[in-house]
Design a protein around this ligand. Structure first.
Ligand code: SF4
Length: 390
């Protein structure tokens, strides 16, 4: 089996694009100033030439052919099953990210594509339409092509331009909205206003492109949590996106925001306070039919999920159920969640995990340098566990 060439890939994709083929259209982030973001720090933004992207798409097609041949050789008649997946992963020559990208995509059905990096919509409309058209011509079975887009860029795109992109194949845009509260957007150097957020979202919705808005619980800190919750909901009420997704704040040391934390200028609210913030946020959402999704591993309660307005009460009930638990039970849930054991509050009833988590809590309590750790110190330890996920 002949080796194929290199396919360039960017560093991230949204959680909902785990089964998507990744196609890098631009490199890094053209803005790159957000205080809470570490992903592209130190990297320069650049456009990739259309011809170079088409070559990557051709490489993907070549790898697809080789994987299908491998499937025939293994006796699976071109099907991409678990055995073919394992075989590709086992062969050291295939251990490059391009092959893993393609085999994973084929294994999950080969129907979704995500265009990287942070703001593909910076590309001229005609060029992006050409890339989309080429992608669909090489892989006619693709059903969904999605991308990140910055609100500031999308506020400037006309609805007609966005319609052109939809017709060429762009089916969903993910916007990292984070907040709709202007003083907070400015403080976090987001480089966009609430008004632009509304304009951007409305442009995408009017163009008939599916819209997913990412909100960042915790970003308002202990100072602005209330304004953050209420104003973000008010912006979304004017947009009515298809999806609202949570991605809870965690402040890594390599984020500019960490300096503000170290100076005592910014304080991330504890998880329980963030639950109250999300409750207020959901309560304030009115007159929209969006689906709320909490699928990011950093979120405490994955089960806050449902369609507005009919599931609003059940989503609030999940939060109330968590907040009504005794202190020790909430701590157990937080530790279990941050260790990757728990995905829902019902998991608290699982005896083996419960015993293990209780042991870890007891160990953490008794292992302080100067005697037993205080509840605040334990809270910090639980928070640090989130680092494993970003
Ligand atoms: S616009 Fe997005 S990718 Fe760019 S710095 Fe801000 S959060 Fe990070």
């Amino acid at each position: 089996m002949a080796e194929t060439g290199y396919i360039e890939l960017g560093p991230i994709r949204p959680p909902s694009e785990a089964q998507s083929l990744l196609v890098r259209v631009t490199r890094n982030c053209p803005w790159n100033h957000c205080e809470f973001c570490h992903t592209y720090k130190g990297e320069r933004f650049s456009f990739r030439p259309v011809e170079e992207i088409k070559k990557d798409i051709d490489q993907v097609a070549e790898i697809c052919d080789q994987i299908r041949k491998l499937s025939w050789t293994l006796g699976y008649a071109g099907n991409i099953n678990r055995q073919v997946l394992n075989q590709v992963y086992r062969q050291s020559a295939r251990h490059d990210s391009g092959w893993q990208n393609v085999i994973g995509w084929l294994y999950f059905g080969g129907q979704q594509v995500f265009l990287q990096d942070a703001n593909t919509l910076m590309v001229k409309t005609a060029d992006l339409a050409e890339i989309l058209t080429y992608l669909k011509s090489r892989f006619p079975f693709i059903e969904r092509i999605t991308s990140y887009g910055r609100a500031r860029t999308l506020a400037k795109k006309t609805v007609d331009e966005l319609k052109e992109l939809r017709q060429a194949g762009l089916s969903r845009i993910h916007i990292g909205m984070e907040s709709g509260y202007d003083p907070l957007l400015e403080y976090m150097k987001k480089g966009v206003t609430a008004k632009e957020q509304v304009q951007a979202g409305q442009n995408v919705v009017q163009a008939g492109i599916s819209l997913c808005e990412y909100v960042m619980p915790g970003l308002g800190g202990t100072r602005w949590w209330r304004e953050h919750a209420v104003e973000t909901a008010r912006v979304l009420n004017q947009i009515n996106p298809d999806f609202i997704r949570f991605r809870t704040l965690y402040v890594r040391q390599d984020m500019p925001l960490h300096e503000k934390v170290a100076r005592g200028e910014f304080e991330r609210p504890p998880d329980d306070a963030i639950m109250r913030e999300i409750r207020l946020f959901i309560e304030t959402l009115e007159g929209i039919q969006s689906t709320i999704v909490s699928d990011h591993i950093l979120n405490l309660l994955e089960e806050i999920q449902g369609k507005l307005p009919e599931d609003k009460d059940s989503m609030l009930a999940v939060i109330d159920r968590y907040l009504a638990l005794p202190d020790e039970e909430r701590l157990r849930y937080r530790v279990g969640r941050r260790m990757g054991h728990y995905r829902s509050l019902d998991d608290l009833g699982e005896p083996a995990a419960r015993r293990r988590i209780q042991e870890i809590i007891e160990e953490a309590r008794s292992s302080g340098k100067n005697g037993p750790r205080s509840p605040e110190e334990i809270e910090k330890e639980v928070y640090r566990m989130m680092e494993n996920y970003i």
